[in-house]
Design a binder for this molecule. Structure first.
Ligand SMILES: *Cc1c(COP(=O)(O)O)cnc(C)c1O
Length: 408
């Protein structure tokens, strides 16, 4: 490893040559100084990393905050989804309907359980599953349907999809990875299907760097989720160390005022100890690194602290979304649909723009002092597009950008 002086010089030279953006990166990360303090305390206390008590408490407190009866914390939203799949008893020979505009890790979780994934197109008002398109895909083998609430919006066809599931006796999994706290008719999303999962990955509504929670209101499903959770191992100690390093890094790289410099600097310093949430192997269809693992105690401790701040973060996002409402009006773009009766959390603010603007990273730098987000550039983000028959999703992949709602 190069000396600190050499590393520092490299960062400075790169900045001066303009090869790295000096522009502040505006993510959606919600790490605070208080969270970093918690991480530091736990880093000194390895003996307690694999104590289940804090993890149990985080699962239960998340469920209570969410208005759900049961909650269990895992190493990712995708891992929580695998727990849901297992708890619903889905397996080989079953088909599940999934929106054709999602993260690759979602279909992977089904495929890795031997389930056939059938994609149905999305609508372009909230980028949720189209009830009409989903209805066309139901066969005798269809056992479940996955409804997602993207960008923190409540999906347009929420009621129609639930009704469709009731009519055909399909189980409903709600993907709330981007929508923790979004409300529909007085109840938070995730409480109308059979089971739901949430994510605390670094770019989501709240963060534990990586992590997720599965919730349900059904006692039998809860018993099976709980068994899955109790049987689940913790990630290895070395992995937990890296997750904690990543949490600290995320604060300095995405939130701290010095992030324009610290991101690159700490990138050199921490090197291989900074984890990415989706590996190349996963993009190619393989299991997550932490498949089947529950959350270790230090992440759950950060999760508890994050949970205490989540309502405030969501309020800030809602307030900042007004800026983008105005921006849409002034620039002749359509704001996203706010489903009547819903209160979105605006994890990001999605807008359909010209494809050439989506693909120009500097488009909004000068005028708006931000960089737009790209979820998703393909229908199965971030895997190269492999879907046909979902023209709405293709259109969103080409045109939908998302604007930051924190740190403005
Ligand atoms: C992030 C995300 C997931 C996966 O959550 P992880 O915690 O990263 O495993 C699933 N679905 C959607 C829509 C997401 O945005």
């Amino acid at each position: 490893m190069a000396s600190i002086g050499v590393q520092l010089a490299k960062v400075v030279v790169k900045k001066l040559l303009g090869r790295l953006p000096t522009f502040p990166h505006l993510g959606s990360n919600t790490m605070g100084k208080d969270d970093v303090r918690i991480v530091k305390q736990w880093q000194k206390n390895r003996a307690r990393w694999f104590n289940r008590e804090t993890v149990d408490r985080f699962g239960s407190e998340f469920a209570a905050w969410n208005g759900s009866a049961y909650g269990y914390a895992f190493m990712g939203g995708r891992v929580a989804l695998s727990a849901c799949i297992s708890a619903l008893g889905l397996g080989p020979g079953d088909e599940v309907i999934v929106p054709g505009y999602t993260c690759i890790v979602v279909p992977n979780a089904f495929k890795n359980a031997g389930i056939d994934v059938v994609y149905a197109d999305i609508e372009l008002d909230t980028f949720g599953l189209s009830a009409q398109r989903a209805a066309e895909k139901i066969t005798a083998k269809t056992k479940a349907i996955l409804i997602h609430h993207l960008y923190g919006l409540v999906c347009r066809d929420y009621e129609a999809l639930l009704a469709l599931a009731r009519e055909y006796r399909l189980m409903v999994i709600e993907d709330c990875a981007q929508a923790a706290g979004a409300v529909y008719k007085g109840k938070k999303v995730g409480n109308r299907g059979d089971v739901a999962f949430y994510s605390s990955e670094q770019s989501k509504c709240f963060t534990t760097s990586q992590g997720g929670v599965a919730t349900t209101n059904n006692e039998e499903i809860a018993a099976r989720l709980k068994k899955y959770y109790l049987d689940a191992p913790f990630p290895p100690e070395e992995r937990v160390y890296k997750l904690l390093t990543t949490l600290r890094y995320n604060y300095y790289a995405y939130v701290h005022r010095g992030r324009w410099f610290l991101k690159d600097w700490l990138g050199y310093r921490y090197g291989g100890n900074i984890l990415v949430s989706t590996t190349a192997a996963e993009v190619a269809g393989r299991q997550p690194v932490d498949q089947g693992c529950k959350m270790p105690a230090p992440l759950a401790a950060v999760g508890l602290n994050q949970l205490a701040k989540l309502d405030r973060c969501n309020e800030a996002r809602r307030a900042n979304a007004h800026r983008w409402d105005r921006w849409c009006r002034e620039n002749n773009y359509n704001p996203p649909l706010i489903l009547p009766g819903s209160e979105p959390v605006y994890l990001r603010y999605p807008v359909m723009v010209e494809p050439e603007n989506k693909s120009n990273p500097g488009w909004l730098e000068e005028k708006e002092n931000i960089r737009h987000g790209l979820w998703f550039q393909t229908n199965l983000h971030p895997a190269p597009s492999a879907l046909t028959g979902c023209p709405g999703a293709d259109s969103a992949a080409a045109k939908c950008i998302n604007l930051p709602t924190l740190g403005l």
